[in-house]
Design a protein around this ligand. Structure first.
Ligand SMILES: Cc1cc2nc3c(=O)[nH]c(=O)nc-3n(C[C@H](O)[C@H](O)[C@H](O)COP(=O)(O)O)c2cc1C
Length: 345
């Protein structure tokens, strides 16, 4: 499936988020849309060494597809070899190169956001990967590294010359990490100058904002990141708004069902992880419960009596406690969900 067909399928995509957008989240969110999913980010060097944890990050089942393999690295030959291996799995619709992650460990290796400072190197890496595979190759980057120093136009030139199929632009500088507003006017000028599809990203919290960004800034697709955590409805609602359809009224039963499905999928994933983890003592149910807390906070944020519940989060140790907590929270709601959450539809 080409990138344009993915955009036609839906121009609202779930952005990659390490520690969040694992198989469990993708499985549940697939029911709500997303033209394309990304895997969590994996290091190319680990893939070519056949490291089990790196390959685990790229596990995906047919029902999650289409999925882009999201990788980072700074050595063009290693990135090309990793991309070849990814293509050989037959699992992926695209290879996506991370040129925007500002995490110190990655930047210190000259990868992720460090590449923004060297647009020509981005071009060399993209060219090596494009020459190595037949899959479409995409880049996800930011508008610059240091605040105020725009590098995205130069990056665009190198990315296009190297034969990339699309570029996702997060409208913040790497130095900002995830703070401050995303500059969508810069994203719009990238789109104006580009000959390849441009995917806009940054600061979208509601379905309405996602549709506005798509229409107003002219991008080919919009990536939803933090605005989608605990809110898979944003994908389906944006699609409905785009088609001028009304958004159905939600109820707490739907919220409960989604939380249960996500938690169950995460427990199943943790069971699989056990096969290669060195510390096998960690019970999969306990591991899933701990990791699920960051999703649960977002699923329940804004509900009535939220403050009382939030205090108990650090004590959560099992999936049963989560299910019980969700029931207690829902039983305390005095207002229909759509009144409490107008922005969620
Ligand atoms: C917890 C977290 C993990 C992230 N991991 C990645 C990643 O692995 N690769 C990447 O390209 N972007 C990553 N991002 C950035 C998001 O994809 C997105 O570009 C950013 O959050 C801006 O969008 P937002 O303002 O809608 O959240 C991450 C963001 C968050 C919050």
């Amino acid at each position: 499936m080409g990138l344009y067909s993915l955009m036609l399928r839906s121009p609202f995509w779930l952005a990659p988020m390490a520690g969040y957008t694992d198989q469990a989240m993708r499985r549940v969110f697939r029911g709500f849309g997303s033209g394309l999913f990304y895997t969590e980010v994996a290091v190319a060097q680990g893939l070519i060494r056949r490291s089990a944890p790196s390959w685990h990050l790229l596990a995906c089942e047919p029902e999650e597809r289409p999925v882009a393999a999201h990788i980072y690295g700074s050595d063009p030959a290693v990135m090309a070899d990793a991309a070849r291996m990814l293509e050989a799995t037959g699992r992926f619709a695209a290879v996506d190169i991370n040129c925007g992650c500002p995490v110190r460990k990655i930047v210190a290796k000259g990868a992720g956001a460090a590449l923004i400072r060297d647009p020509a190197r981005i071009g060399t890496i993209v060219k090596a990967v494009v020459d190595a595979v037949t899959l479409p190759v995409m880049v996800k980057t930011r508008i610059g590294f240091d605040v105020g120093s725009l590098q995205i136009m130069e990056i665009l030139r190198h990315v296009e010359d190297a034969g990339a199929a699309a570029m996702a632009v997060h409208g913040r500088f790497a130095d900002q990490h995830h703070k401050g507003d995303a500059d969508w006017s810069v994203i719009a000028s990238v789109k104006d100058a580009a000959t390849i599809p441009i995917i806009g990203n940054g600061g979208i919290r509601t379905a309405k904002q996602a549709v506005y960004a798509l229409r107003h800034y002219g991008v080919d697709a919009v990536l939803l990141a933090r605005g989608a955590v605990g809110n898979p409805w944003i994908l389906a609602d944006a699609e409905r708004l785009l088609q001028h359809e009304t958004i159905p009224v939600r109820d707490y039963a739907a919220l409960r069902e989604v939380i249960h499905a996500h938690l169950d999928a995460l427990i199943a994933l943790k069971c699989k992880e056990r096969a290669w983890r060195r510390k096998k003592r960690m019970d999969p149910d306990h591991a899933a419960a701990l990791q699920f807390r960051c999703h649960l906070i977002q699923y329940l944020a804004g509900l009535e009596h939220w403050a009382d519940i939030r205090r108990r989060f650090n004590d959560i140790a099992s999936s049963d406690e989560i299910r019980e907590m969700v029931d207690v929270v829902i039983s305390r709601q005095a207002h229909p969900w759509h009144i409490l959450y107008p922005s969620r539809g």
